[in-house]
Design a protein around this ligand. Structure first.
Ligand code: UD1
Ligand code: CA
Length: 475
């Protein structure tokens, strides 16, 4: 099927009362990222359909949400204010004028903003079913063990969808139905506009329910379909903080299942590991307990990551790398490196192959050449290090000028040995094959193949102790 052009409406105007928060519900994090960004990502990465425009319904704490969207979403979008918030059907109506002004005629995906586990594959299947069956309303449903709180899909004796009844309006027998409405639909615009206009708020919550559109279409003789999501976890809706916690857990669990079943990755303790679905890990890598791998990480094969490790942002790790009890953000680590325990690689580092970054070493914005080591207790910032260089324990690059608030670079060549407890005051360049004596404070460039010593000269005073003892005893 050639790429289908769609628009999408995301419902995000509600307060999310049950969250008891001043922040809009959809800005709460699920596995380190706001729910709404996960919904937007799923919509904008459909494998075989293109969302040409997003319509986001905002209301409660609208400014916060709009600011987030402006900063973080690159797809063309319009925010439509819904004030007051009179229900999900009323919410979709707020986008009607915008859709008609753009002269949009086509498939409109409508999704609640609080179901962030949705995948682009499921949304793609929904759109394809809608198109193939020439439906006007297609609802994404799923079977759950505990349907409490969700709208139920009501089917007739021929199992055809008849309508959706909300939990609060359901009769005791309807409450037994385990097939629920995920809150995600594909609609044909503008055919459904009349239906939205005809919605009534004659229900328990006195709201205009989007779900009533199904009954409207059935009564109007328009084709209605339902697609059942086979993994009910991926369509879970979040209404409270315990559900928020559960959503992060489920998202990680689903990712770990994929990594361990499809990609040949061992996750020793899934319950204490947190892995974003965006993360890629090569075969025969092992993730040890209590490790958090957030969106953006790419890990090669044969690696051991953890325990107690955090990888955050764009982290690229080669093959056969060990990262033990460490934190890495926005950095690249080459093959066969060893990192940690207790290393902190802040943003912008490139560590080449076969390096060791050891305990209590902090790297920031630095490049380390092949086979170089910073094995103990160092701060290396804004520094370039060549190949086969050894940085001794306790070396500090003094890269920050407190008065001018500016930073300067340190350049260290190939085959250099920096003695322990040295301070390299930037800007400074240390050429190839240099030895810096331990305890030096280097403030001037060091030419190739030389020894640099910059410390007080040692003085040994013969017999000083004996002399001191006798003079003190005389007193
Ligand atoms: C909704 C569905 C229910 C479904 C469930 C799936 C309706 C009437 N009910 O119920 O069938 O099983 O989602 O999770 O559609 N919103 C607005 N404006 C409003 C009201 C809500 O933008 O006036 C937004 C909210 O911000 C939220 C989403 O719509 O992102 C869903 O609202 P919520 O109140 O959570 O609906 P549920 O009761 O969960
Ligand atoms: Ca909800």
């Amino acid at each position: 099927m050639s790429s289908i052009i769609c628009r999408a409406v995301i419902l995000a105007a509600g307060q999310g009362k049950r969250m008891k928060s001043s922040r809009p519900k959809v800005l709460h994090d699920v596995l380190g990222r706001p729910m709404i960004s996960r919904v937007v990502d799923a919509l904008t990465s459909l494998p075989n359909a293109k969302i040409e425009h997003l319509h986001i319904i905002v209301g409660h704490a609208r400014d916060q949400l709009q600011e987030y969207l402006d900063k973080n979403v690159s797809t063309a979008l319009t925010c439509h204010t819904q004030d007051p918030q009179l229900g999900t059907g009323h919410a979709v109506m707020q986008a009607a004028a915008g859709l008609n002004e753009a002269n949009f005629k086509g498939n409109l995906i409508v999704t609640v903003g609080d179901a962030p586990l949705i995948s682009s594959a499921t949304l793609q299947a929904l759109v394809e079913k809608h198109v193939n069956e020439k439906s006007v309303v297609t609802v994404l449903s799923t079977d759950v063990e505990n349907p409490t709180g969700y709208g139920r899909i009501v089917r007739d004796e021929r199992r055809k969808v008849k309508g959706i009844v909300e939990d609060k309006d359901a009769t005791p027998s309807q409450k037994q139905i385990s097939e629920i409405n995920t809150g995600i639909f594909c609609l044909s615009w503008p055919q459904v506009e009349d239906g939205l206009k005809s919605l009534k708020a004659d229900n328990q919550q006195k709201e205009y329910y989007l779900t009533d559109l199904v009954e409207w279409a059935v009564k109007a003789g328009l084709p209605v379909s339902a697609l059942k999501a086979y993994d009910c976890r991926s369509v879970m809706g979040i209404n409270s903080r315990p559900e928020l916690a559960k959503a992060s857990r489920l998202l990680s669990d689903m990712t770990i299942e994929r990594l361990s079943i499809e990609d040949g990755v061992t996750v020793v303790d899934p319950a204490s590991s947190w892995i974003d679905p965006d993360v890629k890990v090569g075969p025969d890598s092992t993730i040890l307990p209590n490790t958090h791998i957030l969106a953006g990480a790419r890990i090669g094969s044969g690696c051991v990551i953890g325990p107690n490790t955090v990888l955050k942002g764009k982290v690229e790790i080669g093959n056969n790398v060990h990262v033990n009890q460490s934190q890495i953000s926005d950095s690249k680590i080459g093959d066969n490196c060893k990192v940690g325990p207790f290393a902190h690689l802040r943003d912008g580092n490139i560590v080449s192959e076969n390096c060791k970054i050891g305990n209590f070493v902090e790297l920031k914005n630095s490049t380390i050449g092949i086979k170089s080591n910073c094995a103990h207790l160092s701060y290396i910032g804004d520094t370039t290090i060549g190949t086969r260089t050894n940085v001794g324990a306790g070396t500090i690059t003094a890269n920050y000028d407190h008065l001018t608030k500016s930073k300067a670079k340190t350049i260290i060549g190939d085959d250099v040995a920096i003695g322990s407890n040295s301070v390299l005051v930037a800007p400074v360049t240390i050429a190839n094959d240099v030895v810096v004596a331990a305890g030096s404070v280097i403030v001037e460039n060091v030419p190739a193949s030389s020894l640099a010593i910059a410390r007080g000269k040692q003085v040994n005073k013969d017999g000083w102790v004996e002399q001191k003892k006798t003079t003190s005893l005389k007193k």
